[in-house]
Write a protein that binds this ligand. Structure first.
Ligand SMILES: [Zn+2]
Length: 71
């Protein structure tokens, strides 16, 4: 589980077909479609600033070619 000031997460609500998204500002929203939840999370205007897309929604950036390769 990610920890931090700007973490947004989406969790499945057991026993339903619904997902609940929680913004780092504490706002919550329930929807069926993950895409709809992310859109809400990224656009809802209540008391927070727009942030970069959450880490969980995007692949990790490739390591720079100059970085040492882990063995
Ligand atoms: Zn928020």
């Amino acid at each position: 589980m990610l920890r931090g000031a700007n973490v947004m997460r989406i969790v499945w609500l057991p026993g339903s077909d619904l997902l609940e998204g929680e913004c780092h500002c504490g706002a919550r929203h329930v929807a069926e479609e993950p895409a709809a939840l992310w859109e809400w999370l990224l656009t809802h205007p209540e008391g927070h600033h727009p942030v970069d897309p959450p880490v969980t929604a995007t692949p990790l950036p490739a390591a720079p070619e100059s970085a040492p390769v882990p063995v």
